[in-house]
Design a protein around this ligand. Structure first.
Ligand SMILES: [Zn+2]
Length: 104
């Protein structure tokens, strides 16, 4: 009788450990490891796996910012000017080229 009890405890601990390790797979997923852990614990890891696979991978959303670069001096402006103000002072009329700057 006591042997069965120990076996049951061991099985539960192993089950939680497996579910815990499994939930860590959701680290970079939309579902998240904590939610997956509880779902897998109470609704079996089979359902957890289905949710993990259907969950989208988290992606860094890069957004671009419109900037204007002077090709002569290399300075990047956030506003558009008809000509580069720095180069204009030096007597050059350099047009600004629109560039997309990646923001992180
Ligand atoms: Zn310039």
């Amino acid at each position: 009788m006591e042997e069965k009890y120990i076996f049951l405890i061991t099985a539960i601990i192993l089950y939680i450990l497996v579910v815990y390790l499994f939930s860590r797979l959701a680290k970079n997923r939309e579902i998240g490891p904590r939610r997956l852990f509880w779902i897998s614990l109470f609704l079996t890891p089979v359902l957890g796996l289905a949710l993990l696979l259907s969950s989208h991978e988290l992606k860094m959303k890069p957004y671009t910012e419109q900037n204007y670069k002077c090709e002569r001096c290399g300075y990047i402006f956030s506003e558009s000017y008809p000509h580069c103000p720095f180069c204009e002072k030096e007597g050059h009329t350099q047009e600004l080229k629109p560039v997309n700057k990646f923001m992180t």
